[in-house]
Design a binder for this molecule. Structure first.
Ligand code: B12
Length: 212
């Protein structure tokens, strides 16, 4: 009955792609909330990976395998996290900024937004400003949500906001940004309408912005 969070964290850290789905399914059948499995297991495991990567104890290949294990767990949790909402509360176009290939956090935000009842169009990684805007217009989205994990991709979020402004679209299409190096100060500096530092507060921020 008792799930050992250390086993889940360890499976993420060691990149046990086959083991993670088994552990996650077991946790679900033990009746644990999907949110707990996400926070206490998968995200906690990824935090260890982040620390060890930072201190040069592990390198990109190991991180990549851990990321795949994380994704294997997320794939199983997604339907449970999404279950909550029926009527789309609003339409969001989301993606990782140009030049940036990190997508774990963005995928989490996307999943949580779906769970919050939003209709989400995920453009994936390395999304250029023009594409964000074209897709938002095409799908009549109210918000463009951008993720950036490396400092070199942050200016691309500003470029998207500048382009929206130059096309007089910034009143119609709002922007929300996030990702580890992003701060509220940076969001203010580049004129983003919102910032959130994690996936659940992203949902709250979007609801606040769209007055839902
Ligand atoms: C996993 C990882 C990778 C994986 C990515 C796999 C994948 N599919 O995403 C791989 C191995 C491929 C990788 C590659 C690289 N990485 Co890397 N990576 C990481 C690592 C360890 C974890 C990131 C992560 O997934 N965190 C877990 C998620 C859940 O957290 P998160 O992304 O922050 O998201 C949360 C919030 O930020 C927020 N959020 C995120 N997006 C959004 C969007 C919106 C709209 C909102 C509201 C909120 C929000 O909500 C999320 C959930 O709560 C970080 C370390 C770190 N501390 O961040 C380095 C890190 C980001 N990487 C780094 C680097 C340098 C690289 C490489 C350049 C390495 C290299 N030499 O090749 C390449 C980049 C290639 C590129 N062009 O993008 C640096 C960036 C440094 C910098 N100052 O820019 C970091 C910080 C590591 C370090 N300390 O040096 N990386």
């Amino acid at each position: 009955m008792d799930i050992k969070w250390d086993n889940v964290k360890n499976a993420i850290f060691t990149g046990n792609i086959a083991g993670i789905p088994i552990l996650v399914k077991r946790a679900i059948s033990d009746g644990l909330p999907a949110q707990d499995i996400l926070n206490k297991g998968l995200i906690a495991g990824m935090s260890i990976v982040a620390e060890k990567f930072k201190s040069n104890e592990i390198f990109v290949p190991e991180v990549l395998i851990s990321a795949k294990a994380m994704q294997a767990g997320l794939d199983i949790l997604e339907p449970l996290l999404v279950k909550a909402g029926f009527n789309p509360a609003g339409k969001i176009v989301i993606g990782t900024a140009r030049g940036d290939l990190h997508d774990i956090g963005k995928n989490l935000v996307s999943m949580m937004l779906k769970g919050g009842g939003f209709s989400v169009i995920d453009l994936g990684i390395d999304v250029a400003p023009r594409r964000f805007i074209d897709e938002a217009i095409k799908s009549d989205a109210e918000v463009i949500a951008m993720s950036s994990l490396i400092t070199t991709s942050m200016p691309s979020m500003k470029a998207t906001i500048d382009l929206l402004k130059s096309e007089n679209l910034s009143a119609k299409i709002k922007t929300v940004i996030g990702g580890a190096p992003v701060t509220q100060e940076y969001a203010d500096e580049i004129g983003a309408d919102g910032y959130a530092d994690n996936a659940s507060s992203a949902v709250d921020k979007l609801k606040e912005l769209l007055e839902l």
